[in-house]
Design a protein. Sequence first.
Length: 306
Amino acid sequence: MSSAFQVFLNPVLPIFAILGVGMLFTRRGLFDASAASTLNRFVFYIGSPTLTFSLLTNASLAEFQWQVLLLYFCSEIVIYAASTALARYVFHRDWREAMLLGMTACFVNHVFFVLPMARVLYGDAASAPIAAIIVVDTVIIFALTIVALELSAPGAHSGRKVTALLIKHPLLLAIAAGLLVNLMGIPLHDGINTFTHFVSAAASPIGLFALGIILASTGTRGLDKMALSVVGLKVIVHPLMAWLLFSSATTLANPAWTNTALLVSAGPCGLMPFVLGVQYKVNVATIARAVGYSTVISLVTLAVMA
């Protein structure tokens, strides 16, 4: 327990604190939703893609533990399906909101919340597992959710439109560029490395500060049973399922990967489903509450899992 408390004091609480500062300053009237929108544009178009590019260009792809990734992905799909079914058939949400609630239950705030914590706990060895999970989450779960939202939207559907949306997405472009540089062994000028490291350092604190503004602005107070169900699946069922899957595999030899993946599984709900909900005009009240609840609860779960 003392170890968990030490992890709570550093790195969990200090990294959470910038989100809390965003909420506090918003409630004091110093920031509002428009400020969060501006900050999020920086994170969406520059900060997050740059950080992802930097992670992938410096990762050792030959050392990727594909079995760990496969097992983690299996746990995500089960959680996604369970949350979607719960939202649709128990809480009677429409299909598009149900899908986004499914994504909320499995899509972690790994870039801004878990990554800086993992680096403090496990050093640079944590970067490769999280980079790999980001690729899986973005290329498969995020992309397929966009496709499903497009196909379920009223009106005509264009495969060309969906493809264009995916090709132009900054994070997918960053993943493609990072993998290309890595696989082709393309040397990067020191100036490019300085830029990526400089911008990457700003991405997480700005992203968390903006999340704090959003949570304070959207009103996450009040009991929401669907949101609580999503949070239970995210911070309790997901890490338990991942642990069971990893424990059943006797050939997993790299604890840095399994420990980091378990830490990611215990992390809070990511904000991307909220962003997609706003973009596709889906009710995001429950998603916002789930993000808020899970962020607070993960203060405990991340400390315990670490």
